[in-house]
Design a protein around this ligand. Structure first.
Ligand SMILES: Nc1ncnc2c1ncn2[C@@H]1O[C@H](COP(=O)(O)OP(=O)(O)OP(=O)(O)O)[C@@H](O)[C@H]1O
Length: 315
């Protein structure tokens, strides 16, 4: 079946473009003046909960009209354009799969809704891509989380779209299911499709995509290759709690390091502020050895994702 899938695929690369896009719900500004372009390959849309990722994806899919600005797919506005719907598939965040249907029935109903010429062949192709052939005649209620998610991807792919948008596709998956889904997204990108998926977990995005768009509080906070984003995040000022066999002595020598912006001696240990976390952690171990001080704990104090993201926004 996979062979059929490959030979009949007509997907080509497509570009989705947001220009000065804003959206609000009542008084809540969900998306604030975002301009970005997503092309073929896998792109990660990264941001903490409530950042506006879902709103962006829904505007891209043409389900939501931007209050300001414009969303274009290959130069055409996406809002309420059936032509656009034919080129684009969306896998929503909420799992709305009817458990009483089989994957075959579920995907076939999508093929019929799209008015495809040969819905059965399109269904076989989509089920082949997500590798659900063996389970396709079983009710979806008997599937694992990962299988249900793949059935949803198959339904979003049934019309062979050039663009696939996925909202938090890895949520609730175990590591094996994640790997399977990552492999699937890579394969689809390899066919030239434009794949955009949202996530609030940096590692997820890092493993899957070269390009990352970071959204924080409705704004585009950073954009580019994941190495660039990672560097921005790791080079940010951060605070560590350090415990050792001689905190007072260690504090005094740490003050002499260029990478250290401040040291405070607290009952729980040393609180060290650093402007370069890589240089600091490397120097710390060396210094402790040289001074014959035993390190018992080195803990980042501000590693929450929200802190990392807020730092990016302030840049
Ligand atoms: N229908 C709605 N009515 C009112 N406010 C909304 C609505 N949908 C989203 N919001 C608000 O808009 C902001 C952005 O929400 P959105 O769902 O786009 O973010 P998100 O990054 O996808 O977050 P999550 O991962 O938690 O879904 C949030 O503050 C959210 O509370």
């Amino acid at each position: 079946m996979t062979v059929v899938a490959e030979s009949t695929s007509t997907a080509r690369s497509a570009t989705v473009e947001l220009t000065g896009v804003s959206h609000w719900y009542g008084n809540v500004v969900a998306v604030n003046d975002i301009t970005l372009t997503v092309g073929s390959g896998v792109t990660g849309l990264l941001g903490p909960n409530g950042a506006g990722k879902t709103t962006v994806l829904h505007m891209m899919a043409g389900f939501l009209r931007p209050a300001r600005g414009a969303v274009h797919l290959d130069g055409k506005p996406t809002w309420r354009d059936p032509e656009v719907y034919r080129k684009l598939g969306l896998v929503t965040e909420r799992e709305t799969v009817p458990g009483f249907l089989t994957a075959q029935e579920f995907v076939l109903s999508g093929a019929k809704l799209h008015g495809l010429k040969d819905p059965l062949a399109a269904t076989a192709r989509a089920i082949g891509i997500v590798e659900l052939e063996e389970a396709k005649d079983r009710r979806i209620s008997t599937y694992s989380k990962g299988m249900r998610q793949r059935a949803r991807v198959a339904a979003a792919l049934v019309h062979d779209p050039s663009v696939l948008l996925l909202d938090e596709p890895f949520n609730g998956m175990d590591p094996r299911q994640r790997l399977h889904m990552m492999d699937l997204l890579h394969r689809m990108a390899g066919e030239g499709r434009t794949i955009l998926f949202s996530s609030h977990i940096l590692e997820e995005v890092e493993r899957l995509s070269g390009t990352i768009q970071v959204i924080v509080a409705g704004r585009l906070a950073a954009s580019g290759h994941y190495r660039h984003i990672r560097k921005l995040m790791t080079n940010r000022p951060s605070v560590y709690l350090v415990r050792s066999s001689n905190d007072r002595r260690l504090g005094a020598v740490l003050m002499g390091l260029d990478a250290v912006a401040g040291v405070e001696l607290e009952p729980s240990g040393l609180q060290v502020r650093t402007s370069d976390h890589g240089a600091f952690t490397r120097a710390l171990a060396k210094l402790a050895r040289a001074e014959d001080i035993r390190l018992t704990a080195v803990q980042p104090r501000d590693e929450s994702l929200e802190n990392v993201f807020s730092y990016l926004v302030a840049q």
